[in-house]
Every structure is written in C-alpha cells, then in structure tokens.
Design a protein around this ligand. Structure first.
Ligand code: HEM
Length: 418
C-alpha cells in the first residue's frame, strides 16, 4: 500500500451502488474509472469504501489490520444501522465470515475438519446423478412457448440438493429454506421483510439442528452438533446456527450464479462454446475459471473494517469505516488481466482471479463449487447440443442484489425445434 498524500475527503468521488443490481459490470467499470479507492453509497445513505484495484484488494483482504468483525464498524457502534437495513443479513452474523484471528480459525476448523477435500471429491458420483436426473426432467418443465428456465430447473437445484444432503436438511424444509437463503443476498427488501426473514431463517435452521440432534446421520450438521455437545465451549448454539447459515446460503446462491453465468456466457460466445465443446475436462475447468473472473457470482462482498487509520493508494481510510470487496470490478481490472480484460476468453494466460477471495477468509466452498460446475456444465451441453437462449440476453432481469451478480431466469431452448 503506497503513501501518496491523501486527497481531502470532500474531493473523493462517491458512487451510489444500485440495490437492484441492474448492471454490475457498468457499475464496476464506473468504480474502476474513478480510481483504486472509491467512496460508495449503499441503501439507507450508508457510506463505505471500495478498493477496485486487483493488486491492492489482494493485499488488503489478507492484511490483519482489516477486521471482518462487525463490532468494529463505527456506524453500527453509533447505532446508525437499523435492524431492518436491507444488507444486514450479509453483515451482522455470527460465524467465521465475521470473525478474526484465533476465533476465525476455531470456527473455520470446525467445518474443515469434516468438510475435507476428500469428502468433497467423494460427492462426485452423487453430483453426477443429481445432474443427470435434472437434465432428464428438463423437457417436462417446458413453457407453452417451448422454453425452459435453466436457472430454476437446473442451475439452482444442483447446488441446493448437494448442500442440503451434505448438511442433512430434511426434504420438507428445503423449499422455504431456499427462499430464505435467497433473501439474504437481496438488497431491495423492505425493513419488515428483512427482519421477518432473518427470524425465520434462524428458526428454520434451529429446527434442522434439533432434528439432527435427535436423529444424527452421516452429515455435517450432525458432526457440528456432536462437536458442540461434546464440548459446549468449542462452539456456541448461536455459532452453530450461524455456521449452518453461511454454509447453506453460500452453498447454493453462489454456485447457482456460477452455473447460470457460465451457460449464459457460452450461449452468447459461439466461438468459446465451440472450444469448450471440442475440449476435454481441462477446457471445462477454464470455462469455470474464466466465468468466475469475467462474471464474478459475488459482485461485491461486505465488509472489512480497519483497526487503525490506514492509507491505501494515497487515500486515508479512518479506523472503523466499512470497506467493500468489489469482486466484479477487480475481475476486469486491465492492470492485472490485460487490456482485453472485458473479453470472455477461455484461452487467456493470466487466469488468477479473486472471485473466491484470498487469504484467511478464502472461500471454504471453492472445491465444491468448482466440482459442481465442472460436472454440470459439460453435461448440459453434451445432453442438449442444440441448446440456445430463448430470449435476447439484454432482456434478462438481474438478481436484485448488490452482492449476487446473475440473472433471475435463464430461458433456453433445449433443441433447435424446441
Ligand atoms: C461459485 C461459487 C462461490 C463463490 C464465487 C464464492 C465466493 C466467496 C468469496 C468471495 C468469499 C470470501 C469473501 C471475503 O472474505 O471477501 C467466500 C467465502 C466463503 N465461502 Fe464461498 N463462494 C462460492 C461457493 C461457496 C460454497 C459452495 C460454499 C459452501 C459449501 C461456500 C462457503 C463459503 C464460506 C463458509 C466462506 C467464508 C470463509 C471464511 O470466512 O473463512 N462458498 N466465498
């Protein structure tokens, strides 16, 4: 982090982030154009910062001077953030996402000790089965005009089924869980709905915990319950439910967007699609990585709070202010990805992106997300080689979120005559 003289605060441009997520990439381009450190205005007139330069963000997210603990946010301490604030569900939570240092390691380890790379790899046959069953059923979901919503009937249920089975969520809880998890990422809900949704999330997850306590199984909720019951100091009940919350929300919303965005990218880039369809597993891995970079499923991620006054690229950020990680913006940073950063290109050489974060909070679910996408994507194109978009891509409605970057539907035609 450099130490040029800090510009006076009033000269720092402010960009209003769109809670409807109307165009993440246009907004990200605006942020980047204004410089490496930008002031952003969030719903409710809440001010934060955004670090739009790949190299600086890479450094910041691994720097222990930046806390993830919301107790260190001045605005919350001053009582300026109401409980029904639309972004609260991503900010004021009790789990590894908002923990630092030793506490963070404790909470993360409770999951990683059972959610191991081996356990993830063992899921492959089950994921293949789920993908195959969903692909079989797609024609039965055709609308009267012949189109099928691939997001609703494929991209969503793949990660949803996988994560619910992994965490032993009873079948009858899943439909409502899915709606409640979607709400966490929305930025446009009215305060009453935000609060009601949060209460219901915790109630539903507490029921899942109780079910697995009564009837333990070979699932990760049961493992967490066992760890807590063996040593209540290892994990509080609130942390247990909070851990389920992050695993079940991040476990579906993000991967769902990755699959949706990758299919959309291939359907709108015929040359790249031809490369993928001709290629082997490594080309499909490139599809996954290039989609993560070019169309990051998590466009922005909240917040880090400096524990002391800091200077980034000559801009002074006071202790206790909120800093957003704008993964959409850094994914197309030309200084890191080259002048063609705006192109979707499976053959690019510089592939290292930040879409899963970096440092101690690096996405814990990255291997699972990569595996699910690596199974789902080649399978859909192999099963439906004539797959095409059923609508103009410009007409797709974005997810109303400043975190999730995707579209609410993906209407496709499964066959040329479909
Ligand atoms: C394409 C899919 C995914 C993307 C793009 C994604 C993105 C991210 C990002 C950017 C972070 C770090 C945020 C930060 O600190 O700035 C993160 C953290 C996390 N992700 Fe993911 N994620 C994905 C899938 C998953 C899945 C499938 C799971 C669970 C099974 C998961 C669980 C988590 C958890 C628990 C953390 C917090 C880690 C910590 O704070 O130590 N994610 N993810």
């Amino acid at each position: 982090m450099t130490s040029r003289p800090a510009p006076p605060e009033e000269r720092i441009p402010v960009v209003e982030l769109d809670p409807h997520g109307t165009d993440h990439h246009a907004e990200a381009a605006r942020l980047r154009a204004l410089g490496p450190v930008v002031r952003v205005r969030l719903p409710g007139e809440v001010l934060a910062w955004s670090v739009t330069d790949h190299a600086l963000l890479h450094e910041m997210v691994a720097d222990p001077r930046f806390s993830k603990d919301w107790h260190n946010w001045n605005a919350i301490r001053r009582g300026e953030i109401a409980d029904g604030w639309p972004l609260i569900g991503m900010v004021k939570v009790t789990n590894m996402v908002t923990a630092d240092g030793q506490e963070h390691r404790r909470l993360r380890k409770l999951v990683t000790q059972t959610f191991t790379p081996r356990r993830v790899q063992e899921l492959r046959p089950r994921i293949e089965r789920i993908v195959s069953d969903l692909l079989d059923a797609l024609p039965s979901h055709a609308e009267p005009d012949g189109s099928v919503d691939l997001r609703l009937h494929f991209a969503h249920p793949v990660p949803m089924r996988v994560i619910c089975e992994l965490f032993g969520v009873p079948d009858h809880e899943r439909p409502r869980l899915r709606e409640l998890m979607d709400n966490i990422f929305r930025s446009d809900l009215p305060p009453e709905e935000v609060t009601a949704s949060q209460i219901e999330q915790y109630q539903l997850l507490a029921r899942v915990v109780e079910t697995r306590r009564r009837e333990p199984g070979d699932d990760l909720t049961s493992s967490l319950v066992t760890a807590r019951d063996a040593d209540p100091d290892a994990l509080s009940e609130e942390e247990l439910v909070g851990t389920l919350l992050v695993m079940l929300s991040a476990g579906q919303e993000t991967t769902l967007s990755l699959i949706t965005n990758a299919v959309r990218a291939l359907l709108t880039h015929p040359g790249q699609r031809a490369l993928a369809e001709k290629g082997d597993a490594s080309v499909w891995a490139d599809v996954v990585e290039e989609t993560l970079r070019w169309d990051a499923p998590i466009g922005n991620f909240p917040f880090r709070y400096p524990l002391e006054d800091v200077e980034i690229a000559g801009v002074r950020i006071p202790k206790g202010e909120a800093i957003m990680a704008p993964y959409s913006a850094v994914g197309r940073d030309t200084a890191h990805h080259g002048e063609d950063a705006g192109q979707f290109d499976l053959t690019r050489e510089q592939r290292k992106h930040l879409a899963f974060g970096h440092g101690p909070h690096f996405c814990l679910g990255a291997p699972l997300a990569r595996l699910e996408a690596a199974v789902a994507l080649p399978a859909v194109f192999a099963r439906y080689p004539e797959l095409s978009l059923a609508v103009d891509p410009g007409g797709l409605i974005p997810v109303p979120s400043l975190f999730s970057n995707s579209s609410t539907t993906l209407p496709v035609r499964l066959t040329a005559s479909g």
